[in-house]
Design a protein around this ligand. Structure first.
Ligand SMILES: Nc1ncnc2c1ncn2[C@@H]1O[C@H](COP(=O)(O)OP(=O)(O)OP(=O)(O)O)[C@@H](O)[C@H]1O
Ligand SMILES: [Mg+2]
Length: 398
């Protein structure tokens, strides 16, 4: 029987666990003590292991190696962005199948991906490492402000600073001290942000779907507001351009297997798409639920299926795909249990069940109906639920 170890420092990926179980795997969940009361799909989990902190690499190596004494683990699957490197480290340590550290770096480290995308000649914002000060200075004289100073290894727009001029830049760099080399400095490219969620099998992208954020994620996380994203139909010219761009990105970064979530900026000044970033995992913030309700496949479940079919030496077949229009919206709520009963149009096909959050998905074959609903619902969410919370500076403060 195949043994799959899923590790996660966040509550997510339930459908991966369920599908792995359906596929006959022995499912081990390794997570953090603080997540033990989250609604994990217990019926799909054969063994649960808890650690105080999955970011303590030495402890995790000891823990997983201890489990491996008496279990032949076939695959280690990281569910959250912050687990991707730990899983890669463990695979290399135990000489297991799956991407190792240098392959994962290109999907985790925002500087590493910038360098690789530039080498492939694909469009992206201009950038510089924050390592040699002469290089940074020379770059600032060449690339007009404003800029963004970003942590190379964070997610959720955490710690990203908009920098208006050289004076403020050097002040920030100074304050960062030993942390400065963990930043990348980029030109701020104002534009609309899109995401492409895809599945790649044996180096070929067999599924990709394009969506567009209502407002750029940085604006939502720094200025507050309702997070919204909506699907683009496959035959939309922007979707076609982005699916092709995404394929080049995946090839350039050498991704061969599994899900990706990539983001692109359509620059306001010339309408061109620029690569923003990519992750080798399923998109967060319930994007997988939006895709499930518009395209008919759950990327978590497909990831489990792909892994288990590969273990069994079977060929992966993509299930039939739907082509509905849809939108997802989520915000922090003022209420402990926000009441969404007034959002009762038949197109509402999913509601978020999470304290202090309001969220829903609408889906329909009718593009105009979805455009109408997403605009009116976002406005109503702002009025009915929206609470404003300050931006987080770093994952460790969470
Ligand atoms: N060079 C840039 N020009 C314009 N906007 C940018 C740039 N870099 C980042 N942003 C804005 O900041 C947001 C977050 O950036 P990025 O995706 O690189 O970081 P992240 O922490 O991985 O975010 P998330 O996990 O939310 O995707 C982007 O969605 C975009 O709105
Ligand atoms: Mg991003």
């Amino acid at each position: 029987m195949a043994i799959l170890l899923a590790m996660s420092s966040y509550f997510k990926g339930e459908e991966l666990l369920r599908e792995a179980k359906r596929q006959g795997a022995h499912v081990i969940l390794l997570t953090e003590e603080k997540l033990r009361h989250d609604p994990w799909p217990w019926e799909a989990i054969d063994e649960l292991f808890l650690m105080p902190n999955l970011s303590n690499l030495t402890d995790v190596i000891h823990g997983v190696a201890y489990l491996a004494r008496t279990r032949k683990i076939d695959r280690i699957i990281p569910l959250d962005e912050y687990d991707v490197e730990t899983a890669a480290f463990l695979r290399e340590h135990m000489r297991m199948t799956g991407p190792g550290l240098s392959a994962t770096k290109l999907f985790r480290d925002k500087l590493a991906m910038r360098v690789a995308i530039k080498a492939a000649g694909l469009p992206e914002p201009q950038f510089t490492p924050v390592i040699n000060h002469d290089d940074v200075r020379e770059w600032t004289w060449r690339v007009p402000a404003p800029w963004v100073l970003k942590p190379r290894l964070e997610a959720g727009a955490m710690g990203i600073k908009r920098v208006p001029n050289e004076g403020e830049l050097w002040q920030l760099i100074e304050q960062l001290g030993d942390q400065q080399s963990f930043r990348v400095l980029e030109q701020y490219v104002p534009g609309d942000v899109y995401h492409v969620d895809a599945m790649t099998v044996n180096g070929e992208t067999v599924f990709a779907t394009v969506s567009r954020y209502g407002r750029p994620p940085l604006n939502v996380s720094h200025d507050g507001g309702v997070f919204m994203t909506y699907s683009l139909p496959d035959d939309h010219p922007e979707a076609q351009a982005l699916i092709a761009f995404n394929r080049k990105v995946i090839q350039a970064l050498g991704h061969t297997h599994g899900p990706t979530h990539a983001e692109f900026i359509k620059a306001h000044h010339d309408g061109q798409f620029n690569f923003l970033e990519i992750a080798a995992r399923v998109g967060g913030a319930h994007i997988a639920d939006l895709i499930e309700h518009t395209r008919g496949i759950n990327l978590w479940g497909e990831w489990a299926r792909l892994e288990l079919m590969t273990i069994r030496g079977e060929a992966y077949q993509l299930p039939p795909i739907k082509n509905l229009h849809g939108a997802l919206m989520v915000c922090l709520a003022r209420q402990h249990q926000p009441d969404l009963s007034a959002y009762d149009d038949p197109e509402v096909i999913w509601r978020l069940d999470k304290a202090r959050h309001a969220g829903l998905i609408v889906a329909s074959p009718d593009a105009e109906r979805i455009a109408f609903l997403r605009n009116s619902y976002v406005e109503r969410f702002s009025h009915d639920f929206l609470a404003v919370a300050p931006a987080k500076d770093s994952h460790t403060q969470a």
